[in-house]
Design a protein around this ligand. Structure first.
Ligand SMILES: Nc1ncnc2c1ncn2[C@@H]1O[C@H](COP(=O)(O)OP(=O)(O)OP(=O)(O)O)[C@@H](O)[C@H]1O
Ligand SMILES: [Mg+2]
Length: 348
């Protein structure tokens, strides 16, 4: 128990890139194969895919696991919604260009950075683009080569220094995405931090109504996480029929077994040799299952983040109690009292 506590085995990180390593596939959780469904939707290589569920249901975990496991025909490009007028497609496109342009910088060695100064960009017409798209074939090799980076930088700066005409900016973003198509790779835009709009239904509404619509017209795939409450906004409802796919995270049919699988993955990941049943008393697991069921309304997924927060808090209590050989029912009860279930969405 002390080792699990020290290793922060049950910690719920806000970092998107860390989610994939602790993800347990839905099929292993006894649920429909959402990983396969999302992978298949992305393979269509077009339009917007929405992943919906309550707060803490596992939307980001699913998106992170699936997009990080895509084959080399795809390039995942994560775009943050923080600091951008979400309902303004041109502002969003401009911001996306900056993010994509700067994304690979961190992966570059100094000599590669210098090579960026070289001018290698190719002009592309719409007809060429259509041909490119039609002949889409998976290509092997490194994506962010200095040449490609130079392309990205050039296209971005051309668009960003010339005027603020919305149509031009969106066309500029498409040219940027074409740099990936030219390599035989489909760009996959990931808009995952939409929980940032929590208290602002207008931002969420306008994002779907305007920006998601514009992204859907681009020659790229866009994966968007949406809290269930967003799906009731007028803007979402007006655009949803244009989506390539809408995946709703379902309630896990056997939450106790699912919980054990998720905790076991965390224990293994922490490098601790133990079974969940060594760590938790059966009664404690029953309480955690009940907490999940209380958050899983209408056949939709419950709050897995809450379960992990409670499990971690109960573990801490057990570690503090020198007499406790396991995380007991009492500690889980106390942890539940200290960490009550939050709302399903941050919308007011
Ligand atoms: N399939 C899964 N396997 C293992 N852990 C999971 C799974 N789904 C979710 N989790 C864990 O539950 C927590 C919440 O998941 P996640 O961040 O994906 O929720 P979310 O639906 O994106 O929430 P939010 O609406 O706040 O963005 C994370 O710590 C994650 O590691
Ligand atoms: Mg999320």
């Amino acid at each position: 128990m002390a080792a699990l506590d020290r290793e922060l085995a049950f910690q719920t990180s806000a970092r998107y890139d860390l989610l994939a390593s602790t993800h347990v596939a839905h099929i292993e959780l006894g649920a429909p194969d959402l990983e396969e469904q999302l992978g298949r939707a992305i393979a269509k290589a077009e339009g917007v895919i929405a992943v919906t569920g309550r707060i803490g249901a596992g939307k980001s975990s699913l998106i992170s696991a699936v997009t990080s496991g895509l084959n080399e025909g795809f390039v995942p490009l994560r775009i943050s919604v923080v600091g951008v007028e979400a309902g303004d497609p041109a502002a969003f496109a401009r911001h996306a260009m900056l993010e994509i342009r700067d994304l690979p910088e961190t992966r570059l060695a100094e000599h590669e950075r210098r090579a960026l100064a070289r001018d290698t960009a190719l002009a592309r017409t719409t007809e060429e683009r259509t041909e490119l798209r039609a002949g889409f074939e998976i290509a092997a090799g490194e994506v962010f080569t200095p040449m490609v980076l130079a392309d990205l930088q050039k296209i971005a700066s051309e668009t960003l220094t010339h005027g603020a005409d919305p149509a031009e900016i969106l066309a500029g973003l498409q040219r940027l995405l074409d740099a990936f198509w030219r390599l035989g790779r489909c760009p996959v835009l990931i808009v995952d931090d939409t929980d940032h709009w929590g208290g602002e239904p207008d931002s969420a509404d306008a994002f779907f109504d305007q920006t998601a619509r514009a992204l859907g017209r681009l020659d790229a795939v866009t994966v968007v996480q949406a809290q269930t409450a967003y799906t009731e906004l007028g803007g979402y409802q007006r655009v949803r029929e244009t989506f390539t796919a809408e995946l709703h995270l379902p309630a896990l049919p056997d939450p106790r077994a699912a919980l054990v699988a998720i905790l076991q993955r965390r224990i293994d990941g922490a490098g601790v040799q133990a079974r969940v049943s060594d760590v938790f008393e059966p009664g404690g697991l029953d309480l955690l299952r009940d907490a999940y069921l209380a958050s899983a309304a209408d056949g939709r997924a419950g709050d897995l983040r809450h379960l992990l927060v409670v499990a971690r808090s109960a573990l801490e209590l057990a570690v503090e109690d020198e007499l406790a050989g396991q995380v007991g029912t009492g500690q889980v009860q106390e942890a539940l009292a200290r960490n009550p279930l939050g709302p399903g969405s941050a919308l007011p």
